[in-house]
Design a protein around this ligand. Structure first.
Ligand SMILES: Nc1ncnc2c1ncn2[C@@H]1O[C@H](COP(=O)(O)OP(=O)(O)OP(=O)(O)O)[C@@H](O)[C@H]1O
Ligand SMILES: [Mg+2]
Length: 405
């Protein structure tokens, strides 16, 4: 079926400005209509209910396509949604992927009161070019264009361009018939259609990260399937609280207290690796173990893993001018029995001082960093600079990488 006006998808991460662009275009170009998938899903009940965890409607894609088919086939639709791969190729003449600087996106999502985890997931998605990749994977390269949407100037120029690309002609008659973007259009670098081979294919990122008010069913199912979970082996409640505060909700942390005898080994890394292997065998699944130590510069990194009481630690340094120390945290993760543990280490440099602050977590009162002991800091302050935070940051980054490969 031919159509005299094209169908355009305007896609991108939540908050890039899809709706704003669609509304402006629909106002400007006679015959073009704004088709908001979010609205159709809710008004025509093209969903299978509400997912509380992701706070999104689960879209029934078959029902959605049936509902809009007639309208789209007639042409002149500006389709507004963050997913684009479900629309048949024969329906679509142009795919515009809006992009935005992540600081600008942060401000826009913050203004919408997005919770921090949802905000972060969407920012990650934008940085990883998830939707651009999805568009390139789903449609012919020459109909996919990337446009910046940082400010009103960008928006005006984008709308001018798209308007200029809508000539009256027959669309939808075989491959390329509706091709309205030509090589010359890419000359000023505003539009980049190059296939970026260097980027890892972020197919799993998409399902985890683009969390909006409506999500495709298959994306939501996969998001649940690949939720990350680890068993943190510890009997120390304080450590568990810190690890949960830093890793959740991205990675669900369950805890198990196992009695693991520590081997005598030359380095703290060897001790941690051995402990991790034995924990994975016992739990028969993914485990995370942790070791913390204090290393004094004046004592060639002793006492290391041999932790003494506050007094003992202070006395060790009594005859030394140099009170500088490193707090070292080493996590080891194993995916299960037979899987080689992977280490993540974080180091915070400070100095040893007479105890200050509440004495309810190990040597926190005697380790001073930039004028405050760990014990004098709030949990939030400590969790931004601590050796444990730095190690967990590496662990988080590694988990994310696993999802993209
Ligand atoms: N190019 C731009 N210049 C200035 N402000 C913009 C621009 N694009 C979007 N905004 C602003 O950012 C906010 C989000 O825009 P909009 O609602 O159009 O995003 P969206 O992509 O449709 O998001 P969603 O996927 O959640 O529906 C709005 O307040 C809008 O005014
Ligand atoms: Mg919108």
């Amino acid at each position: 079926m031919s159509r005299s006006l094209p169908n355009i998808i305007i896609t991108g991460t939540p908050g890039v400005g899809k709706t704003l662009h669609c509304e402006l275009l629909a106002e400007r170009v006679p015959g073009m209509k704004h088709l908001s998938v979010n609205d159709v899903v809710k008004e025509k009940e093209c969903h299978e209910g509400y997912d509380e965890e992701f706070q999104s409607w689960i879209v029934d894609e078959d029902k959605l396509l049936d509902t809009i088919e007639e309208q789209v086939k007639a042409g002149g639709c500006i389709i507004d949604w963050h997913a684009c791969d479900l629309f048949p190729k024969s329906w679509i003449d142009l795919v515009v992927v809006l992009r935005v600087d992540h600081t600008t996106l942060y401000d826009r999502l913050k203004a919408r009161n997005y919770p921090e985890n949802k905000l972060q997931e969407n920012l990650d998605s934008e940085i990883m070019e998830v939707l651009l990749q999805e568009a390139r994977d789903s449609y012919d390269e020459e109909i996919v264009v990337e446009l910046q949407s940082n400010d009103t100037e960008d928006m005006e120029s984008n709308v001018d361009r798209i308007e200029a690309w809508i000539p009256q002609r027959n669309y939808g008659e075989g491959p390329g018939s509706g091709r309205i973007v030509k090589e010359d259009d890419y000359s000023d670098n505003k539009i980049d259609i190059s296939n970026n081979e260097q980027n890892p294919k972020p197919s799993l990122w998409r399902v985890l990260n683009v969390i909006s008010n409506t999500v495709p069913r298959k994306a939501l199912k996969m998001a649940h399937d690949i939720r990350q979970q680890v068993n943190f082996i510890t009997g120390n409640k304080n450590k568990l609280t810190e690890v949960k505060a830093i890793l959740e909700p991205a990675i669900q942390v369950d805890s198990r207290a196992l009695d693991l005898i520590e081997v005598q080994a030359a380095t703290m890394e060897e001790v941690t690796i051995d402990k991790c292997r034995r924990a994975a065998d016992l739990v028969m699944g993914p485990v995370l173990v942790e070791d913390t130590c204090l290393c004094f510069d004046a004592l060639n990194d002793l006492p290391g893993p041999y932790i003494l009481g506050h007094d003992g630690l202070n006395k060790l340094l009594a005859g030394h001018e140099d009170k500088s120390a490193k707090a070292v945290c080493t996590f080891a993760y194993s995916a299960g029995p037979g899987h080689e543990p992977i280490l993540f280490q974080g180091i915070t440099e400070g100095k040893i001082v007479p105890a200050r602050g509440p004495a309810n977590f190990g040597w926190d009162p005697i380790f001073e960093y930039e004028g405050k002991t760990y014990a004098e800091m709030t949990k939030e302050e400590k969790n931004k600079i601590s050796h444990r935070f730095k190690a967990l940051q590496k662990l988080q980054a590694w988990f994310k990488l696993q999802l993209t490969t």
